[in-house]
Ligand binder design. Structure first.
Ligand code: SAH
Ligand code: SF4
Ligand code: F3S
Length: 434
């Protein structure tokens, strides 16, 4: 029996799909990358924008065709599904399952099987996070430290699809990472919708484990590996965290700190609880402690009522901060969120224009910064072989093409390779193996 994974959305969904895969493997299902071959299709969906939801509708249309040659095909929908979409998708899928209930998959499929899946000592609500995943990647692992979100940014569905924040016990996280490092993993991503509000109260002691403390605990795990984390909410991005990032040598100098807009009024309407000034101050402090830190942000263009002047404030901010990367989205109204009550009054054309303006500024500033890197050294974690080079990311999360120094070079996937930067574009750098 074969299963196909349809993975949509962010790293959290990749990680959740890895846990669902672990359950299926225990039921003796084998993974296939060919959807037409599958006896079971499991989809972890994303609802962040309407376009993400539409993709699932497109997939459902395919099921009928596949069912013609595979009449016994079973389909399961899980991940981030809005309540109202659950009602719609029960038509297209055999089962719509809450992600926290993936241990129920055997029961759904009518298989009697006691699952042996636990990696830590997880209990209650975070139980499903304690399932040892079938990791997609052999050297870079996603490790959720919490799930859910309490912030209710006015445009966002995450608090509705993932409910409230729950932190995973630090001891379980550490246990999982220790096993990964022993198994040769070189990069650990600590995941949560807002990692900065991580709080492990399971210890029962007065002092709960906070995110800076957790970073230090992970940093203390012996081994040669990199630590990264996402996402970080600026309102909870503390000096204590900056301090921890600076002293933990395994935490690499890259940070995604989504500001969403460079205009205080828009930020307020987004219910984000910081100002451009407070954000910039945090970046200033961060750069003082970690001068070479690479920065990225998330931006929504065309939030309801966003004027050209307000948008230009975001452009100014981009010029000012000089981000290395940016994830720019066109506002998509999501039913049930508070922003959905506001008129989506910026046309698609105008949203596209704003997206392009920002992308152009980003390209310019990133290129300027990258040019200064020519002839400097960097370490690249190799990810993928290409024709005459290897693709990877360096400590700063820059995409690097590494050219082997000789035909006898022994570069392999999952290795750290010292390289010298020889040429740059805004988002990709070329380097030679040293
Ligand atoms: N927890 C993270 C964001 C997770 S969602 C944070 O607080 O920053 C990932 C990104 O999707 C967001 O940063 C935002 O830029 C984008 N996004 C969320 N809702 C959106 C919407 N309704 N329309 C367009 N983009 C959206
Ligand atoms: Fe969404 Fe805001 Fe929570 Fe991020 S912090 S997941 S944007 S509600
Ligand atoms: Fe999408 Fe859920 Fe991530 S809605 S962005 S997959 S948390």
């Amino acid at each position: 029996m074969k299963y196909y994974l349809g993975i949509y959305g962010c790293q959290m969904n990749i990680s959740d799909a890895e846990r669902a895969a672990a359950v299926l493997e225990q039921l003796n299902y084998k993974r296939t990358l060919n959807i037409n071959e599958a006896d079971l299709i499991l989809v972890t969906m994303c609802s962040i924008r309407q376009s993400a939801v539409d993709r699932i509708h497109g997939l459902v249309d395919k099921f009928d065709v596949i069912k013609k040659s595979k009449p016994k095909l079973k389909t399961i929908l899980t991940g981030c599904v809005l309540k109202r979409d659950k009602k719609i998708f029960v038509e297209g899928f055999d089962y719509v399952l809450d992600i926290k209930d993936i241990k129920r998959i055997p029961e759904l499929l009518g298989v009697k099987k006691t699952l042996r899946l636990r990696s830590g000592q997880g209990k209650n609500q975070t139980d499903y996070l304690d399932i040892t995943p079938k990791y997609e990647n052999k050297f870079s692992a996603n490790v959720p430290i919490m799930t859910g979100c309490n912030n209710f940014c006015s445009y966002c569905v995450v608090p509705y699809v993932r409910e409230r924040e729950i932190s995973r016990p630090a001891k379980d996280i550490i246990l999982e990472i220790k096993k990964l490092v022993k198994g040769g993993y070189k990069e650990i991503w600590l995941l949560g919708q807002n990692v900065n509000s991580y709080k492990d109260t399971s210890t029962g002691s007065e002092q709960a484990n906070t995110f800076p403390k957790l970073l230090k605990m992970v940093n203390n795990i012996p081994g040669n590996f990199w630590i990264r984390f996402t996402s970080s909410h600026p309102k909870d991005f503390s000096e204590e965290l900056i301090e921890a990032m600076a002293i933990c040598e395994k935490v690499k100098p890259y940070l995604n700190l989504p500001i969403q807009s460079g205009d205080d009024k828009v930020i307020k309407a987004m219910n984000r609880h910081y100002t451009v000034e407070s954000y910039k101050n945090k970046i200033k402090k961060l750069r003082k402690k970690i001068p070479d830190i690479a920065l990225s942000t998330d931006i929504i263009v065309g939030f309801p009522g966003e004027t050209k002047t307000q948008f230009n404030n975001t452009v100014k901010l981009f010029r000012d901060i000089k981000y290395d990367l940016g994830y720019i989205s066109k506002y998509s109204p999501r039913a049930g969120t508070t922003a959905a009550k506001l008129k989506d009054n910026i046309s698609t054309e105008e949203k596209k224009r704003r997206e392009k303006v920002l992308t152009d500024v980003l390209k310019q500033t990133a290129l300027e910064k990258n040019k200064k890197l020519i002839d400097t050294e960097t370490t690249v974690l190799i990810n993928e072989p290409k024709n005459d080079f290897w693709l990877g990311k360096d400590q700063h999360y820059r995409t690097i093409k590494v050219y082997p120094k000789s035909p006898s070079s022994k570069i392999k996937i999952g290795q750290f390779i010292k390289s010298k930067i020889i040429a740059v574009t805004p988002f990709t750098l070329s380097a030679e193996e040293m």
